[in-house]
Every structure is written in structure tokens, then in C-alpha cells.
Design a protein around this ligand. Sequence first.
Ligand SMILES: Nc1ncnc2c1ncn2[C@@H]1O[C@H](COP(=O)(O)OP(=O)(O)OP(=O)(O)O)[C@@H](O)[C@H]1O
Ligand SMILES: [Mg+2]
Length: 387
Amino acid sequence: MTGARAASSPSETPVEAGVGILIVDDDPAKLVALRSVLEPLGENIVEARSGADALRHLLKDDYAVILLDVRMPIMNGFETAELIRQRPSSELTPIIFVTALDRVETDMGRGYELGAVDFVFSPVVPAILRAKVQVFVELYRSQHELKRYRKQLQSLVQERTAALTAINRELDAFSYFLSHDVRAPLITLDGLTKSLLDGAGDKLDPDGHDQILRMRRACQQIGELFDGMQLLFSLTRGDMRREEIDVTTLASQIVEQFRANEPSRKVDVKIAEHLTVMGDSHMVEILLRNLISNAWKFTREEDEAVIEIGKETVSGETRIFIRDNGVGFDMIYAHRLFGAFQRLHSQSQFAGEGIGLASAQRIVNRHSGRIWAEGALGEGATFYFVL
Ligand SMILES: Nc1ncnc2c1ncn2[C@@H]1O[C@H](COP(=O)(O)OP(=O)(O)OP(=O)(O)O)[C@@H](O)[C@H]1O
Ligand SMILES: [Mg+2]
């Protein structure tokens, strides 16, 4: 085979071997002359003795450039070019017309209309012709490489999509399993312990009473864990719509809800004016709620709890932060903060499931953003995010 194969998907193979150059002339002597000019390029030079012969070659193989004699018997260069252009596989192959006629005699306008990229007039200057052909050979190689990369990328995307679809299906099945097969017996268990307490509570000794109460609490905790897991699953999928969100207003509303739930707590909350982000409103609300709820919770032991919500611009990037002066955390464990069910504080000190920051991370990921934290034990914590 002389030219690069057209029929067997040329984009799959790298063009390491010579690239095809088709030279078309009815005069064998001129073909020999052209070949000797182009041979130093080290590519595959293929000869055709007529327009029909050229079309046959083009059917089989793919060429970087065609050098086409204008004056040929039966089918001249222009007629051949017209047919070459009609075929999808060669409609974009560059054509250089080679002609012994002078510029006045040659209908260059028609040639360019037929897709000629250049005209070369005899006597040919070898170095110039070689340089021109070389340009198209390089172009062909680059296009071929690009096609190959695109194909590789497409198959990579396909593979990943298939893998993701499979994982999502498993998540769906798992989520269904949690909400039906596991939750139903849990609800029954919770109901039974409740009726046991209601019906026979006075016959139980204090220990028995306490144990049943603990069973009920455990049931509720497992139920909350399931809710958290389902929230995590739902955040990974589902549609999202970006719009401008007024973070200042949203954060104030969330803080007001926390105040209403715990009116006894005195927390100084400072929220900067005009904070906005572009994001999905439902997800951004969950994100803010989780971060504010942590700041609220982990400042519980402070006499003068302070929470600050604001923005900073560093190297042109604007980040929103939620800062508190609570118990803080050890930066050595910072990498664990955003993992599902990871907690740095004991359940007895600060209750929670360890889902809040994992959800926050997923929301930020879905927005192709970043979230990170800084803190020190006993010195509060700051959570930053960019959407
Ligand atoms: N503002 C903060 N100050 C100190 N530690 C924090 C802060 N926010 C998060 N943490 C640490 O990160 C852990 C994970 O936080 P996350 O919000 O995921 O879980 P949680 O608050 O314990 O439970 P929940 O699922 O109810 O949110 C917390 O348990 C805590 O140890
Ligand atoms: Mg939390």
C-alpha cells in the first residue's frame, strides 16, 4: 500500500509511515520529473496516468495532497478535480494544479472554484514545489493526529459514561433497598418499641425502660443516617440549573431559623452585604445550611460565639467563607472532614451523622468548584468555597 488507507478508518492509526502524495499526469516523463523533485520528502508518492486512474487511487487510499496536470486527454485536470470534489472522502484533499500553460492561458479562477489550493507553472522550481507539498504533508499529519486524539477521547468518554451509568444504577438499587427493604422493618421495630413502652411501660423496671428508650433512639438515628445517605445520592445526580443567588439574604434566613430553634443561644452573626454566587438554588441552600449549621453547632461552648460570613478575593478568585470562633479542629485531620460519615468530634460532645460536609463537597463538585477548610484546635474554623 502506498497511500495512507482511507477505507480502514485512517484516524485510528498514527501516520508514522510515509504520507500519500498523488501525482497525476498523462506524460510519463513529467511523472518521473515530479517524482524526483518530491522524493527527498521521504513520503509515499503514487503516480496516476489519467484522471480516471487518479479517481481509482482516491477510492482506495487517502492522500495529503494531489498534484494534478491541467492538460490531459479524455478528462482534463479541471474535470478530474470536479469529480474528486464530489466524493466525500476526497472533497477536502488539497489539489495543486501543475501546468505547462502560462498564467494567461490558464483559467485559474475556475481552478480555484474547483478547490485548487495553488497553481504551479512549468518549468517547475524543485525547491518551491517541494516546500509547498511539504506544507500539506505536515497539515495532513497534524489533522490525522488530531482525529486520532479525538477518537481516543470519545472512546474514553464513552467508557466513563458506561461506568458511571452502571454505578448510578447500583446507587439507585441501593437507595431503593434502603428506603424500602431496610426502612420498613426499622419503622416496625420503632413502632413495636413505642407500643411496648406505652402498653407495658409501668410494668418495666427502670433499666428495662431505659433500654427500650435507647432502642428507640438507635432506630431514629439509623433512620437519620438513611436520610443523609439518600440526600448524598440525590446530590450526585439529578438536574441542576445555575442562576445568581443572593447569599446574603439566604444566609440571614438560615441563621434566623437556627435562632428560632434555639432562642437561648446568643450568637453574634455578621453577614457581609451583596454576597452572591452563580449556582443551583436548591443545592446552594443545602451547602450554606450545612456550613452554617456546623458553625452554629461547634460554637455552642463559647460564651461569646461569633460567626462571620463574607467573601475574599485572592488572585482574582472570589471565595465565600463561613468563619466561627468555636472548638475548631486539628488541621492534621483536615483531609477527613469532607468524607461521608467522618467526624472529628465525639457524638456525645456534638451530635451529628457526618453527612453535612460530604454533601457540601458533592454540591461544590457538581458546580466544578472547590471547598476547603482551615482551623486549629480551640481557635475556630473557616470554611471556604468557590462555585
Ligand atoms: N465549624 C466547624 N468547627 C469544627 N469542626 C468542624 C466544623 N465543621 C465541621 N467540623 C468537623 O467535621 C466533621 C464533619 O462535619 P459534618 O458537617 O459532615 O458532620 P456533622 O456536623 O458531625 O453531622 P451532620 O451530618 O449532622 O452535619 C464534624 O463532625 C466536625 O468534627
Ligand atoms: Mg454538620
